[in-house]
Design a protein around this ligand. Sequence first.
Ligand SMILES: Cc1cc2nc3c(=O)[nH]c(=O)nc-3n(C[C@H](O)[C@H](O)[C@H](O)COP(=O)(O)O)c2cc1C
Length: 374
Amino acid sequence: MATVLIVDQDPSVRGVLTKALARFGHDALTASNAPEALQALSSSHVDLVICDWNTSGQIDGLELLRLLREEDRDVPVIILTEFGTIEHAVSAMRAFHPEAEVAVARAAKSRTTQFMLSTGADTAVEAARDARGAPVWQQLYATDDWNVTTALVRRAERAGCTAIFLTVDSPGARNNETLRRAVRVDNRDCNACHVNGNHSMWTGAKRPAFADIDTARVTGLSPPALTTEYLDRLRGIVKGKLVIKGVVTGEDATLAVEHGADGVVVSNHGGRNEETLRASIDCLPEVVAAARRRVPVFLDGGVRRGTDIFKALAMGAAGVGIGRPQAWGLAAFGQSGVEAVLDILNGELTNIMRQAGTASVAHITPRSIVESKR
Ligand SMILES: Cc1cc2nc3c(=O)[nH]c(=O)nc-3n(C[C@H](O)[C@H](O)[C@H](O)COP(=O)(O)O)c2cc1C
């Protein structure tokens, strides 16, 4: 019988792992943050540590491992990154259902899934955290005013967010042809949400993330130049994880890691900013190669089936995000619709894992798939 220390901020993850270990006759100690983890390690005998990559309190799995090595303590550490499905930032979810992001966060809680809140969300980060019952990840549209950037980061961190995901693939305007065409035949009162037809997140009826922030000088959602100097500056103020969302090349992944990113998301914004890019799954191999296991690589875009998750994991992704599928579930049935989407994806993932003879996520490797001839 072994004693396992589980370090994770999410009480539901601690509960699930504790129960699973008990079934095999192992004892579990739990800690929700770094001080608690270090306290448990100094006061009890521990055979194995399972630590979340995402744990806050100035420590994570990698740092814990380093500290133990420095102390010459020979305790193995398993570092968890998200695997399976993560609900990725989708703005303005009240467009899909009156309960908006609260319903999505509740679904994330009931299915132990991570939730990334958009800067353009219709729900405040504190309310999303309460609905999730654990810290959420904050997607960041940094804007072109550094004071606003700082205020957004500080507020997210005060709300307990353990990771800030800087979106780098929305540099400017896009050609919303389909939207413009749809608007012509939509007879709903758009002014109910967009006062005077204003779609901006930071003026007029501001989105909750911008409430109480002086946005008078903001003219765009992204800084005009998303350079490595900008990354360094942002790294200087983000206390928790900083992850770059919207990376599609190995070169950019290398730069992100060299400038302090704790992870990257291979994403092209679901093809919404530019529809002619490579599919994100085609970009994954070079980004995984460039990351060289130094940081986790996540992927989103076109994940529609459990088999898509399986392929991404096999190709080296630490986890995948879904954008539209959660919005479809939300629009159809609210929280239970999002839960149904997650259940379908997880059920399909389990099925393909059985088919492929992969007993756990750790068994899904590049050998689990072959590339079909085009
Ligand atoms: C309606 C909608 C709104 C989105 N809003 C944001 C956003 O505010 N910030 C962001 O980084 N990505 C945003 N995204 C992109 C998603 O986070 C994600 O990258 C993308 O949807 C994944 O592709 P998928 O929809 O094929 O799953 C949005 C996507 C959709 C469909």
